[in-house]
Design a protein around this ligand. Structure first.
Ligand SMILES: *Cc1c(COP(=O)(O)O)cnc(C)c1O
Length: 453
């Protein structure tokens, strides 16, 4: 592992990128705006490591933001992609891997009978919500602040001030009229859910939630809160959508639904089910899915949907995970990571708590106890994190360039990789924070709000 090369090839490429790509990137959080500095331009990757254009190697806990549960360029996956590509990159017709991947999802996830494939998580969510609206004949959608569901117009809405009323737009370019159909509630607040349903229950098409909210820190929910959503949706005839784009096949075959013992009406997938290729999917009972075109009147389509190469990658990933009993291995490594990092954080001069579920972990900087809502994440989290982030990067370890992004373990990570992370983190905490320790940076958790990611 080596450090940064200033003025090297990677930096030169990024300077070029800034000319032809807005912000130098194809997706905003890659741009390092949350931590400062210059993104590395990546040349290749293998196992738990990414290599930049200068040949610097980084132990990677980003995992392409979730999909790479096998690690980078796993030989089994690469072979599957090669074989599939040789048979043709796209048919615009049904193909075997698509059918087999659908069967795998149906057999794995609670309550699902049919699947439709799309090319991203955003598309999966957008289509699932349309289907929910078409099925119920209602317009309102309920979401939670701190959950991310892709960049769908009417979901780029943050909690407004005051109680559960209209949301406020979190992106320019979204008409106000779209936000009027979205209700935004705080996570962890059963009463707010019940009040909203009591008031507008007959207009609510769907409640969408990440059962394991992992896009704004890792905001693990009380099982009772998720059960309340199930209960209220059933009572008022609204559909419950679990957005499992991160958690699907990451936590086990049944995602957050299995973990909490709940059955949503619709589920959305992405990330892991594509093994690093662009894949999304949504699923539901036959009763609901029959409303989709061509059987029903809810239109939804895609030129590259169910792409045979992408399907082969997803299928190879899920099969390998099952064959290897990978979730047990990942849980064990997750537990080890938790132990090691907790020990380091105990001695941290800044309050910090480790949150983990399976192979997903996150450090809540400035918080003594893990926050359950976006609103209770410490407002100084970003300040602390940027120091940690750059300290790690210098030591050849890549975490996501944002305090609000989680880290991922993969089958390619080893205990000694985790040791390396823990030791480096201990070093950094000592080095950076003991300098300022004379002022004793004790940060109290506070209630300030932050906008959505
Ligand atoms: C990543 C993510 C999305 C969006 O998926 P894209 O493939 O980036 O469009 C939606 N929902 C959740 C929960 C996600 O983590």
């Amino acid at each position: 592992m080596s450090g940064v090369t200033e003025g090297g090839q990677s930096e030169q490429w990024f300077t070029r990128a800034l000319k032809s790509l807005p912000g130098g990137v194809s997706s905003p959080v890659r741009a390092f705006r949350g931590v400062g500095g210059t993104p590395r331009v990546i040349c290749s990757a293998g196992g738990a490591e990414v290599i930049d254009e200068d040949g610097n190697k980084y132990l990677d806990f980003v995992g392409s933001w979730g999909p790479l549960i096998l690690g980078h360029a796993h030989p089994v996956l690469i072979q599957a992609v090669r074989d599939a590509a040789q048979r043709g990159t796209s048919f615009g017709a049904p193909s075997r891997p698509e059918i087999e991947l659908a069967e795998t999802i149906v057999a794995s996830y609670p309550g699902m009978e049919q699947v439709r494939f799309v090319s991203s998580g955003t598309e999966a969510v957008m289509s699932a919500v349309r289907l929910a609206r078409g099925t119920t004949g209602r317009d309102l959608v309920v979401k939670f602040s701190g959950c991310y569901h892709g960049h769908v117009d009417y979901l780029l809405v943050a909690a407004g001030s005051g109680l559960a009323t209209f949301g406020t737009l979190s992106s320019d370019g979204v008409p106000e009229a779209f936000a009027e159909l979205t209700r935004v509630l705080c996570l962890d607040d059963d009463e707010a859910v019940e009040m909203l349903f009591a008031k507008e229950g007959d207009k609510i098409a769907a409640v969408i939630i990440e059962p394991v909210p992992a896009n704004n820190g890792l905001l693990l929910q009380r099982p009772k809160f998720l059960a309340t959503l199930r209960e209220q949706c059933t009572k008022y005839g609204a559909l419950l959508i679990f957005d499992e784009v991160i958690s699907g096949f990451r936590l086990g075959t049944g995602g957050g639904a299995e973990h909490y013992g709940l059955k949503p009406d619709l589920a959305t997938f992405g990330k892991v089910i594509g093994g690093g290729m662009p894949v999304g999917a949504f699923s539901g009972s036959r009763e609901i899915m029959k409303n989709l075109a061509p059987e029903g009147k809810v239109y939804q389509a895609g030129t590259l949907s169910g792409n045979p190469v992408a399907m082969a990658a997803g299928l190879a990933t899920l099969r390998y995970l099952k064959e290897q009993h990978a979730w047990l291995t990942l849980e064990e490594l997750g537990r080890y990571t938790e132990e090691r990092l907790c020990k380091v954080l105990e001695k941290s001069p800044v309050q910090a708590s480790l949150v983990r579920i399976g192979s997903i972990f996150w450090i809540a900087w400035g918080s003594k106890i893990p926050p359950r809502t976006a609103e209770t994440i410490n407002e100084n989290a970003e300040l602390h994190y940027s120091k940690v982030f750059h300290g790690l990067l210098k030591r050849g370890i890549a975490l996501a360039p944002s305090a609000y992004e989680v880290s991922f373990l993969s089958l390619a990570h080893t205990k000694s990789d985790v040791d390396h992370l823990a030791e480096s983190l201990a070093d950094i905490l000592e080095e950076i924070f003991s300098e300022t320790n004379s002022q004793k940076m004790q940060i109290e958790p506070n209630e300030l709000t932050r906008s959505t990611p």
